[in-house]
Design a protein around this ligand. Sequence first.
Ligand SMILES: *Cc1c(COP(=O)(O)O)cnc(C)c1O
Length: 389
Amino acid sequence: MSGRPLLNRRLDGLGTTIFAEMSALALATGAINLGQGFPDTDGPEAIREAAVRALRDGRGNQYPPGMGVPELRTAIADHQRRFYGLSFDPDTEVLVTAGATEAIAAAMLALLEPGDEVIAFEPFYDSYAASIAMAGGVRVPLTLRAPDFRPDLDALRAAVTPRTRLLLLNSPHNPTGMVLTGDELTAIAELAVERDLLVVTDEVYEHLVFDGGAHTPLISLPGMRDRTVSISSAGKTFSFTGWKVGWVTASAPLVAAVRTSKQFLTYVASGPFQYAIAEALRLPDDYFTAFRDDLQAKRDLLADGLTTAGFEVYRPQGTYFITTDIAALGEKDALAFCRSLPERCGVVAVPNSVFYDHPDAGRTQVRFASCKQHAVLAEASSRLQRLES
Ligand SMILES: *Cc1c(COP(=O)(O)O)cnc(C)c1O
């Protein structure tokens, strides 16, 4: 073999995710895993039954249509109308994907030329760097800073260059819990129009905005309908993260572009689950409100526990996560802290520093997942009190 590295340069540095390391630690030590963001309770029984029915009735056991089954595409379009007053043609403006992850990757592969710049908030959701890199794009981070992680709109404007092709935005934002305000969305939309940018929006936490707030899709703003690829997923909203049913809603030309790369990634996925999620999207408003209220109560429970344990807590406006700062505990390095935490008190968390291109900005930030059962969060909180001494 030649001395050439096996992994190509585009993927250099993207070796293993922090979740693999921390989940292995959780397993080895028996610690409570508040690292990875998945619920420890499955979604609604009726929806699981719908998946079983689809399997038994032979719906989706063979390749579904490339765009997704019509029942689901119609349900997605109806969901966009019901919650946001948006209308999409289920035949040309809706594309079902293998989770939001595939939608993001397919969008980058379809829309970027090598060397195109992509502006995204850091800390990043971990697939962004990889998806941009696989497409040959160049990521340009816009750092969100504690305590409230608001985007610096002047810095955003200044970051746009003639090579900027698109903005990759995530609101509600993982890991900080920041939710873009109406004014911020307006400023971003005006910038996108002025500089003729595409925008890809990751909205997987659209139903998890707390404290009476609401999610507004950027695609609903003036000038954005034809330049936004709006992405969401059933995983977080319905507590079925293993089903990997996601979707894109966008103009017909953008959907056609994303479909072109998507068809050669998975082609299709999750056949029977697509029918079940079509039913999930039609659940009454009560489901969505109760789900959000439950996750808000869980946020409060864990945030209070972290505060009494001595963490500085950045109370999130939405999502599954709480970002904290450990400097108040006399700690200097989030990665070292997270590696020692299972041993010290039987809890696993992840260091936000790994989600930054500029790790110094998140050197002492640690993320905890609050999407776990109340009893589990209470036990984790009580274990974390041992840190104070
Ligand atoms: C969980 C998550 C995803 C992935 O969604 P899937 O549907 O499981 O692929 C994408 N973006 C963010 C911000 C997430 O937290």
